[in-house]
Design a protein around this ligand. Structure first.
Ligand code: ADP
Ligand code: ADP
Length: 226
């Protein structure tokens, strides 16, 4: 079973603009997969649909075989999503933001505390656990987004332009972290408009342009074609 399977996915905004023109895509378990494309290609729309934040016009999405429409709660357990924009409350403390997410996934208190500690430590945020989110640097906020997405132990992690606007040093450390969790078995899909990021991290890549997948291949063979 693919970690992610998308079939004939379409999105029409405002009944006139076709942002996704029927895309299909499979990502296999264990893969580190890039969705590469310029601004406006449809990357965020695709992620929005997978995470049920954007309503699709047509098509199907399955996460480890679970249809996001008919089997939403099962699909949701497999999935962690890191959107591009910070969407936690800036007034809440770091630890509470992650704990609250664990609660959404039905973890009991001790499990939630344990997993929160684990991921805050992994992302070097444990010292900041009692700090309100608004006091964090941009890089720390981005790491908080990742800790929150991982707290329920998803097998598939999807990140929307995780290193956009991130300085080179933090980018390197985020890359190392993502490589580690992929090596430990988590399937990762990230969107990017940097070929360099796909090249450095990913095994397979789909190139999306104007709502169409124009190439779907290994990163190695993409580089040979350039
Ligand atoms: P709704 O239809 O749910 O009221 P909109 O579709 O107007 O919401 O907008 C949803 C979000 O997408 C908003 O944050 C908006 O700023 C953004 N948005 C709207 N139009 C565009 C566009 N053409 N390109 C990119 N983002 C857009
Ligand atoms: P990417 O993430 O690749 O930059 P998006 O998925 O954000 O692309 O956008 C794809 C296209 O859909 C763009 O042309 C964008 O302007 C448009 N779009 C995105 N969100 C909205 C929205 N809420 N309402 C109308 N158009 C949108």
């Amino acid at each position: 079973t693919p970690a992610l399977s998308i079939r004939n996915l379409r999105k029409v905004y405002n009944e006139k603009f076709e942002a996704l023109k029927g895309i299909s895509l499979d990502v296999m378990p264990g893969d580190f997969f890039a969705v590469l494309g310029p601004n406006g290609a449809g990357k965020s729309t695709t992620i929005g649909i997978i995470s049920s934040l954007v309503r699709k016009t047509a098509g199907t999405v399955e996460v480890f075989g679970k249809n996001i429409d008919t089997d939403f709660s099962a699909a949701k357990k497999y999935l962690g999503v890191v959107p591009q924009e910070f969407n936690f409350s800036m007034f809440e403390k770091v630890q509470d933001i992650v704990l609250q997410q664990a609660g959404y996934y039905g973890m009991n208190r001790s499990q939630a505390l344990q997993q929160t500690e684990r991921y805050l430590k992994q992302l070097s945020l444990w010292d900041k656990r009692d700090t309100p989110a608004r006091m964090l640097s941009g890089g720390m906020k981005r790491r908080l987004m990742i800790a929150r997405a991982l707290v329920h132990g998803p097998q598939l992690l999807i990140l929307d332009e995780p290193t956009a606007g991130v300085d080179i040093e933090l980018r390197r450390s985020m890359w190392d972290f993502l490589r580690e969790i992929n090596a430990a078995g988590t399937t990762i899909i990230l969107t990017t408009h940097y070929l360099e990021e796909a090249e450095s991290l990913c095994r397979n890549v789909a190139i999306i342009d104007q709502g169409v997948i124009v190439k779907n291949t290994s990163v190695k063979s993409l580089l040979q074609q350039l």
